[in-house]
Design a protein around this ligand. Structure first.
Ligand code: SF4
Ligand code: SF4
Length: 121
């Protein structure tokens, strides 16, 4: 079984532009949606994302919707814990493809990190 891992120097999931995530209200509570939208900067990136270090400035206090954990994915997306790894890897792959490009070095790096073959090359 593949194991989900977060890649250093990525941050793709901190690109929050709601135009890329039209179903936010399907899995966020109204309060979380307000919080999410308050995080979106003019460039679409989270205002708490440090582009120099590519890290979260409020990592320890980051909200539920930023946490990649089996219990949270079950609560938010209805993903059974046994499917967490595959689902999380796919989420990262889609986000990295969208932000950095389908054929980007970042995506190739992520695929190598998690041993992901994917449905698309
Ligand atoms: S998209 Fe995935 S690998 Fe990249 S920073 Fe977010 S959780 Fe980590
Ligand atoms: S709060 Fe932190 S982890 Fe969440 S989107 Fe913003 S920078 Fe990323």
């Amino acid at each position: 079984m593949k194991t989900w891992r977060c890649m250093e120097n990525c941050g793709a999931c901190c690109h929050l532009d709601p135009r890329d995530r039209p179903d936010l209200d399907h899995y966020l509570t109204p309060a979380e949606l307000d919080l999410y939208l308050s995080f979106v900067g003019e460039d679409g990136w989270c205002i708490h994302f440090d582009p120099k270090t590519r890290q979260c400035r409020i990592y320890e206090q980051r909200p539920r919707f930023c946490r990649v954990q089996p219990e949270i994915f079950e609560q938010m997306y209805g993903i059974p814990k046994e499917d967490f790894e595959e689902f999380a890897i796919d989420c990262c792959d889609q986000q990295i493809s969208g932000v950095y490009g389908h054929r980007s070095p970042k995506r190739q790096q992520y695929k190598q990190l998690v041993g992901f073959q994917g449905s698309q090359p």
